[in-house]
Design a protein around this ligand. Structure first.
Ligand code: PLP
Ligand code: COI
Length: 340
């Protein structure tokens, strides 16, 4: 397969149109057979549910070229399951898991020339999404939906690659208690736009959101979960009903315990405890693991002992093991790597 003529190593996290995308439509209570199209535009009614009441959910995963030249996707079954939960919460139909997995493979295969070669540091970002396409004017779910998958080659989410990030504790909340923080709905990201623009204007890379109810526990950022390492070498990640159950985070806990022999736990983390942590990182499909060097909280500054130039040692081991598994250098647990 001849690859596209792209300077893979200098890609950022941006969108570019690729050759094929997948489309299926839900009408009269059933999904049609779906298929690939070259048309990257969508035409819909002016009163579509997604346009009026933000009825849309999405997913994010990546395809990689392994060291031995295979094209693989990382744990797409978990994305299928999470999208099912997201759809149910927004009163949308479920796109069946088996069809989701087939559609992901079909879309990546059709765009194989866009899957970055091994060793470039880039990957093919896969974005499945679904939205209410029929008109609604009273507040209620749409009757018709479209499920699509687009792919686009990407580099690092944060400019500067793995240079430690500076965060601020946000003045805004991302998700309400008993709200939609645990699903991947576009509305959560719309909520975070003013906060991220404000943070960037103030010179920060990202926000740390605290729990909206009490503003005392660590939640997540706009697009990644947190991961901390305590001074005695335990990996800890926040537990909360209003954060996205990150597939990267769940994988890293397993990697910490089963590959690195570390203690790893998911528990509530009071913000008060953060200043005592040895390392901090953001984890997610886009973020992979991005180290955090500093967090500002309204006049208080936390500087992690790992510093502002490099990843902390345990974060680095987690990063190397996870990316090694994803790129086929390290044997993966059963079912984690799906060949397209
Ligand atoms: N949290 C939020 C809000 C996200 O948007 C993402 C990205 O998907 C994550 C966490 C990380 O989740 P995952 O590791 O499944 O990509
Ligand atoms: C992902 O990591 O897949 C996401 O959806 C995060 C988004 C902020 C790009």
């Amino acid at each position: 397969m001849e690859k596209k003529n792209i300077d893979w190593g200098s890609l950022g996290f941006g969108y570019q149109t690729t050759d094929y995308r997948y489309v299926a439509n839900f009408k009269n209570g059933a999904w049609d057979e779906g298929g690939l199209t070259t048309d990257s535009n969508i035409v819909m009614n002016e009163c579509a549910g997604v346009l009026q009441y933000a009825q849309t959910v999405f997913e994010g995963m990546k395809a990689y070229t392994t060291e031995d030249g295979r094209t693989v996707v990382f744990r797409p079954d978990l994305n299928a399951e999470r999208m099912e939960n997201s759809a149910r919460r927004l009163e949308m139909p479920v796109f069946p898991k088996e069809r989701f997995l087939e559609a992901v493979k079909e879309t990546v295969r059709a765009n194989e020339a866009w899957v970055p070669p091994y060793g470039t540091g880039a990957s093919l970002y896969i974005r499945p999404y679904m939205f209410g396409s029929s008109p609604v004017i009273g507040v209620k779910p749409a009757e018709e939906y479209q499920f699509r998958i687009l792919v686009t080659p990407v580099g690092p989410y944060f400019k500067g690659g793995i240079k430690p990030l500076t965060l601020k504790v946000s003045d805004f909340d991302r998700a309400a208690p008993h709200g939609t923080g645990h699903i991947k709905a576009g509305l959560n990201y719309a909520m975070s736009l003013h906060a991220i623009v404000t943070a960037h204007e103030e010179g920060y890379d990202e926000n740390m959101y605290l729990d909206a109810g009490t503003r005392t526990f660590v939640e997540e950022t706009g697009g990644a979960n947190f991961l901390f390492v305590t001074k005695d070498g335990t990996v800890v990640t926040p537990k909360s009903n209003s954060i996205l159950p990150s597939i990267t985070r769940r994988s890293l806990i397993y990697v910490a315990q089963h590959y690195l022999g570390l203690k790893a736990e998911e528990r509530e983390i009071p913000f008060e405890e953060v200043k005592d942590m040895a390392e901090c990182g953001l984890c997610g499909t886009a973020a992979v693991i991005s180290p955090v060097g500093r967090i500002d909280n309204h006049g208080e500054t936390i500087l992690f002992p790992s510093g502002m130039t490099e990843m902390g040692p345990i974060t680095k081991k987690l990063y190397e093991t996870l990316t090694g598994i994803q790129m086929g250098r390290i044997e993966a647990p059963e079912g984690w790597i799906v060949e397209v």
